[in-house]
Design a protein around this ligand. Structure first.
Ligand SMILES: Nc1ncnc2c1ncn2[C@@H]1O[C@H](COP(=O)(O)OP(=O)(O)OP(=O)(O)O)[C@@H](O)[C@H]1O
Ligand SMILES: [Mg+2]
Length: 615
């Protein structure tokens, strides 16, 4: 298959490489085209530098104050100016930092919004095949984690790592200038060892974090899937089985989390040791300097303050690095979605479909969902503009597959599908789909109100148009009988409505869409004969002058189609008008006779039930 999976893009051996790739993907979002936002980026950077320069100046003021206070012979003069400057500098350093955060907030949040939107759009562009293979819970968590990751990365990369690097440079420079190169060297060396140790151990720990992530995701998708199947679980009394499956995932998470926490403590201890050794060495050097008369007490204090001040965020750096690695992992799994191969894509420069009459032609169409099983084996038919063609046949024959191909959820393997003479692969998907209205076999509704779901067919429709469509779909009276009428919420996936009610909502929204080409896939299969007959009248009305494809089990609904195709195992085995097919006395005639018998029984049953209701 041509689809690629994440590991193709980000081989585990090239982790560094993939981190760069992730950061590179993010960078353009941080330098947005909006000049106002760019100004904010520049301002934030300047404030960042200013805050650090002031920060390095503070210990120097401190040193002067200590020196002024530690003269032995003369009377001590309170260094008011220096102390006040010290206070002022501290306020400045902090305010610069806060201002920088405030300025950058909008840039960061905008980046997050744009990334999330881009990924979301892309997910909708990916083919049905991708979505059928994926678990929705996992996808939405990927986005959620990925965007959180961006926020984290920005906050810490921009406002912790960069400033800390700047501070290290400044402090080492100051130490060198004020004393001698050894001070700068020892400090620098400590930091290098510290960073090396941190990165090394963290790299090693990453795999435990990964396992944690994976098992966490596994547990949550299991829980969601299980809860979505609430009814099925009950039908089979499998609560315990579900709980065990869930607990199995939790168990794996538990052990990964424990290893992760233990190794974290090891890392922290190591970091503490390195810093203490470096700090002690520099302080010893300063102590010797003071003892030898080369340095003042203030210098001893200055060196200590510098290092403590420097190590403080560095101590944090260990945590930050770990979190950044984590963020990169989370972002990676989000950005991988963006690299997913778009199976169904518009040809560059593809024109919009020009619909005239809406003639639909299938030309020797062959198709299989996978390479190993062909579902459609050479289908050819033509629905003249404004005409109705019905497709009947046993379950699994490939009827719904035809509708998925026409809607271009998948591309045909060989052959062509034409609308008004244009190959549907050569035109834009949006124009193609705008021209076709489908009432699918299984209707799923949005967890919103009835009117929202009907209006979904044409969101700009006025309310009375919605009502009109509902009337045509014979759902209006039912909706009005609900306590909350059109404002009734239909529940997750529309589960609070009966199958037949859902179908009628689906018909109403397709009627509202007013497409040139209509496709009803068992659109009335869940209705009783009486309602079905009523709807048939409406549907005939709606499909007059519209090209219509009807897929039906119940043959009584297709008797007046212009042509009936009998599909069996991916082949058209009979075709013609109802009367012709009956006269031919083939498969269709056999199906018809069988259904007539059951229809008769059914009608009687329904009549009895109706009478009972009226009594
Ligand atoms: N996404 C898919 N991946 C793989 N195989 C699929 C997929 N969707 C459908 N199939 C297979 O393709 C065949 C035709 O399916 P299709 O939905 O077109 O049948 P149908 O004629 O509409 O049947 P029914 O009357 O039961 O709705 C079936 O055997 C089904 O198992
Ligand atoms: Mg079907």
């Amino acid at each position: 298959m041509r689809r690629r999976n994440p590991s193709d893009y980000f081989p585990p051996t090239g982790q560094q490489h993939s981190d760069w790739r992730t950061i590179r993907t993010l960078l353009p979002y941080l330098w947005p085209p909006d000049p106002q936002l760019r100004l904010r980026v520049v301002g934030a950077m300047l404030l960042l530098a200013a805050a650090k320069v002031v920060n390095v100046w503070i210990p120097v003021l401190y040193k002067h104050a200590v020196d002024a206070l530690s003269v032995r012979d003369a009377a001590i003069v309170v260094p008011i100016g220096v102390v006040l400057a010290y206070g002022g500098a501290r306020v400045m350093a902090q305010s610069f930092g806060e201002l920088r955060d405030a300025l950058f907030a909008k840039v960061g949040q905008r980046a997050i919004r744009r990334v999330a939107l881009t990924v979301f759009r892309h997910l909708h562009r990916l083919a049905l095949r991708f979505h059928l293979d994926r678990q929705t819970g996992g996808l939405s968590r990927s986005i959620e984690r990925g965007t959180k990751g961006i926020e984290f990365l920005l906050n810490f990369m921009m406002f912790n790592i960069l400033p800390t690097l700047l501070e290290i440079t400044l402090v080492c420079g100051m130490l060198w200038r004020l004393y001698d190169v050894r001070f700068a060297l020892v400090t620098f060396l400590t930091i290098v060892v510290y960073i090396g140790f941190t990165l090394g151990v963290t790299e090693w720990r990453i795999k435990f974090r990964r396992t944690m992530n994976e098992t966490d995701q596994e547990a949550s998708t299991k829980a969601i899937d299980s809860l979505l199947n609430y009814e099925t679980v009950k039908y089979f009394g499998n609560e315990e089985h579900e709980a065990q499956r869930f607990d199995h995932a939790l168990q794996r998470y538990e052990s990964a989390a424990v290893v992760s926490k233990t190794t974290l403590s090891m890392l922290n201890i190591g970091q503490g040791v390195i810093i203490s050794v470096g700090l002690t060495a520099v302080m010893l050097m300063a102590a010797y300097g003071v003892a030898g008369g080369k340095m003042k007490v203030g210098d001893f204090v200055l060196v200590n303050t510098y290092l403590i001040q420097l190590y403080l965020p560095l101590n944090f750096l260990g945590f930050v690095y770990r979190e950044i690695k984590q963020s990169l992992i989370d972002m990676e799994s989000m950005f991988v979605l963006l690299t997913q191969y778009q199976e169904i894509a518009d040809r560059p420069g593809a024109p919009a479909l020009t619909v005239r009459g809406g003639e639909v032609v299938f030309e020797d169409v062959r198709f299989g969902y996978g390479p190993d099983r062909e579902i459609l084996k050479g289908i050819s038919f033509r629905v003249a503009s404004g005409r109705t063609v019905a497709i009947v046949g046993p379950s699994g024959a490939g009827k719904s597959t035809l509708s998925r191909l026409l809607f271009r959820f998948y591309d045909v393997t060989t052959g062509r599908i034409l609308i008004d003479g244009q190959d549907i692969r050569e035109v834009t998907q949006s124009s193609l789909r705008a021209a076709i209205g489908i009432v699918p076999q299984d209707t799923v509704l949005f967890n919103d109100t009835v009117s929202y779901n009907i209006a979904y067919g044409r969101p700009s429709a006025a309310f009375d148009e919605v009502e009109q469509a509902a009337r045509l779909a014979r759902i209006h009276d039912f909706v009005c009988s609900l306590p909350q009428g059109y404002a009734t919420r239909v529940g997750e996936r529309g589960l609070k409505l009966s199958g037949g009610e859902k179908q009628r909502v689906a018909i109403a929204r397709t009627i509202l869409k007013e497409p040139r080409i209509l496709l009803f896939d068992e659109a009335t299969s869940a209705l009783d004969t009486h309602t079905e007959r009523e709807i048939q009248v409406s549907l005939r009305e709606v499909s007059r002058n519209r090209t219509t494809l009807v897929i039906a089990h119940r043959l009584s609904t297709v008797v007046d189609a212009d042509e009936i195709l009998v599909l069996e195992q991916g082949r058209i085995v009979e075709r013609g008008r109802h009367d012709t097919l009956l006269a031919a006395d083939g498969i269709y005639a056999g199906m018809w006779r069988k259904q007539q018998e059951t229809a008769h029984l059914r009608q009687e049953l329904e009549q009895v039930l109706e009478e009972k209701e009226t009594v």
